[in-house]
Design a protein around this ligand. Structure first.
Ligand code: GLN
Length: 491
């Protein structure tokens, strides 16, 4: 019998629609797989078996009634614990929200339900999406299915690991500085950060509101495109949502899969090519550039001189926005409340709650951001960082006058051992060196597996102009058609 957990979303949806299997069977197979392996992976913070089986039954009933099912009906999906889910625990990987069951679904979650996907549960993440390894989760690290002594990337390591461990064929992530693409790269899966404003932030617990972008994670480019199409598009409940339809990313992925990139001009970012990357990553990237050229793409080098300032600018802008966003966790409105014995002042209870509820990295960000926004330092830090953001945007604009899309490795290094970078925040921050410029600009970026280095996956990043998400899917699918997909050793 086919192992239903090894199939793509497209294959699962086809079998369900054709009646060769049922959504309940598919869901049960994934729940069994989670029960068998998640003790070693820790991808899930919460598994909603009852909710999943009920959703699956509803799909089977709709099919039995002769209803036309959508392209992802009956396909299980794992949702990063940064999105609110009605009645289902939402912790953002933090102790401060332990026990919170939101009264509403995020728009993305609503759209997942409307598409007939089956939500298996909520995935582990670095606390408040701050981190690159999922080691900053208050609920223990997630482990990389390729090597369980290594990190699965972060902050969305749970979503990426769930895919690589065959616990789910689809997952949702959120990308503020790389949290979809970087875990994708180090787990050998596909992760796409849509254009900022192309996917709704309604119900996404805010980290850095001008950067946060929810998006799709999958094992193939076409699956990611189908998920992107299902969750994307305008949402009147998000003030920065773009009132335009998502470009046809599914058609673009299918076009790319034909393996023809004739007429497509790709720019290798000079500042990110090789230099600074591990030799194995640089080598896999160079081979992929050759593969893209063989598919007909014209390859040129493009210098983006301000990209080297992206990391410092991000670590002023993101903490500044976080210090303001996280002020709402005060022990009164949500989750944890510490020290409220009837004798303490409101300020004391707030302070005790925040001290007990937030982990060290979140506290570091709040302090950095509060400092950067303080009067007297505002212009020197936050103001300067915003100017750098403009310069980076200009680099992108100039580049896209010359090329259709930019490419680089997704990360400078492969999955590192658990514990290797936790003692030095800067070493952790470097994991997002190549992904952050895209967030500052607001354009789309995708990571697609491109090779192995010492048996560990390497990702290639494709960056496109804002609202040209389709372009990156075409290039990523073409590369996938040339290099194939990568399967981790059995768990
Ligand atoms: N690793 C980066 C950070 O720690 C990006 C996180 C993200 O994209 N959510 O801020």
């Amino acid at each position: 019998m086919t192992d239903l957990t090894k199939l793509t979303a497209v294959e699962i949806a086809g079998l369900v629609a054709g009646g060769q299997t049922s959504a309940v069977e598919v869901t049960q197979a994934h729940l069994d797989r989670i029960a068998a392996v998640d003790g070693r992976v820790n991808a899930f913070l919460h598994v909603d078996a009852d909710g999943a089986l009920a959703a699956a039954r509803a799909v089977d009933e709709r099919r039995a009634a002769g209803e036309e099912l959508g392209p992802l009906a009956g396909v299980p999906v794992a949702v990063k614990d940064v999105l609110t889910t009605k009645g289902v625990p939402t912790t953002v990987g933090s102790k401060i929200l332990q026990g919170w069951r939101p009264p509403y679904d995020a728009t993305i979650v609503q759209r997942l339900r409307a598409a007939g996907t089956v939500m298996l549960g909520k995935t582990n993440m670095d606390e408040f999406a701050m981190g690159s390894s999922t080691e900053y989760s208050a609920y223990g690290p997630t482990r990389n299915p390729w090597d369980t002594d290594r990190i699965p990337g972060g902050s969305g390591g749970g979503s990426a690991a769930a895919l690589a461990a065959y616990e789910a064929p689809l997952a949702i992530g959120s990308d503020t500085g790389g949290s979809i693409r970087q875990p994708g790269a180090v787990t050998g899966t596909v992760g796409a950060k849509p254009t900022y404003g192309g996917t709704s932030r309604y119900g996404l617990v805010a980290f850095s509101s001008s950067l946060d972008t929810p998006g799709p994670c999958a094992r193939t480019v076409l699956d990611a495109a189908l998920l992107h199409a299902a969750i994307g598009g305008h949402d009147p409940r998000d003030s920065t949502s773009i009132p335009q339809p998502v470009p046809d990313v599914v058609a673009a992925a299918r076009l790319g899969a034909t393996g023809d990139l004739t007429g497509v001009k790709l720019g290798v970012v000079t500042e990110f090519s090789g230099e600074g990357a591990e030799p194995g990553v640089a080598a896999a990237f160079r081979d992929s550039v050759d593969a893209l050229a063989k598919l007909g793409a014209e390859i040129v080098e493009v210098s983006c001189p301000h990209f080297k300032y992206a990391l410092p600018a991000y670590y002023l802008i993101a903490p500044s926005e976080c210090s303001s966003n996280l002020a709402r966790f005060d022990g009164v409105r949500f989750g944890l409340r510490e020290g409220d014995d009837g004798n303490r002042s409101l300020e004391e209870v707030m302070s005790l709650t925040r001290d007990a509820g937030f982990g060290p990295e979140v506290k570091r960000r709040i302090m950095l951001g509060t400092y950067a926004l303080s009067s007297g330092y505002y212009d020197a830090y936050y103001g300067q960082a915003q100017k750098v953001r403009t310069l980076i945007t200009r680099d992108f604009t100039a580049a896209f006058e010359r090329v259709d899309a930019l490419i680089s490795p997704t990360t400078p290094f492969v999955a590192f051992p658990i514990g290797a970078r936790t003692s030095d925040p800067y070493q952790m921050y470097l994991a997002d060196l190549y992904t952050i410029p895209t967030n500052l600009y607001g354009g789309p970026g995708i990571s697609v597996p491109c090779g192995l280095s010492d048996g560990l996956p390497v990702g290639l990043q494709v960056m496109a102009p804002t609202m040209a998400d389709d372009r990156m899917y075409r290039v990523a699918a073409a590369l996938e058609s040339a290099v194939g997909t990568f399967t981790p050793p059995a768990l």
